[in-house]
Design a binder for this molecule. Sequence first.
Ligand SMILES: [Zn+2]
Length: 264
Amino acid sequence: MIDIHAHLCFPGLLEDKERIVRECEKEMTVVIVTSARLEEGICALDICSKHDKLFPTIGFHPVEGGTEVRRIMELIRERKDDIVGVGEVGLDYHWVKDDKKREQQKKVFSDFIKLAEELKKPLVIHSWDAEEDCFGMLKDVTVPVIMHCYSGPKELAERILEKENFYISISTHVLLSKQLRKIAKIVPLERMTIETDAPFLSPYKYMQAKGTEGRLKPGFDPEKNYPWNVRFAAEKIAELKGVDVKEVITKTTDTAKKIFGLML
Ligand SMILES: [Zn+2]
């Protein structure tokens, strides 16, 4: 079972990361430790260098990424042999309405796309209300592209899937979102990864409503998400597709291994 997107170095998990990593080592095949800011990226590199099942990606959040974008690009170059991908990077029109600022986001995003192509690293894409522009900018890339936490329209998901190097990542939010359940149904497991986006998107509310919150790991804050909760997304996807949960876990694990070039 692979969670392809967990912010283990983000406040909320950071303070408790050694204990979280110990649980991940028991339960997970791999966790891809994502980052979106300079200090988070440095921390991700550090923690992944100490644990066999953790692999880092380095990126820059289009809104919350801070001011050190050039330094992050240098870090990606310097540590290219240690990272398994570039991301999360992308566009966020949900929080940014100003055209000039959107143009700036595009410029930065385009630089990261070029860098990933040059280094032949997969891209992990953040897109919020900007899926069409993101896809437009990514159409010609040759490296694998993961649409992390995909939340765009179904019709665009269909167009994305026409491109062989594109993958759609379904988060634990599939438990709560009807729209996302529609998307999960149409994405073949060979083109799907699963993720938590931890510490965000905790399944707690959904599980509480179902009376199944007792399945959450004791001793960890139920309001936060953790990599092992990706199992609940896998279960929902299995239910939607009418297949065994083992098949969802095996196939999404194989898909993630292929994308990130993991030799396990
Ligand atoms: Zn993220």
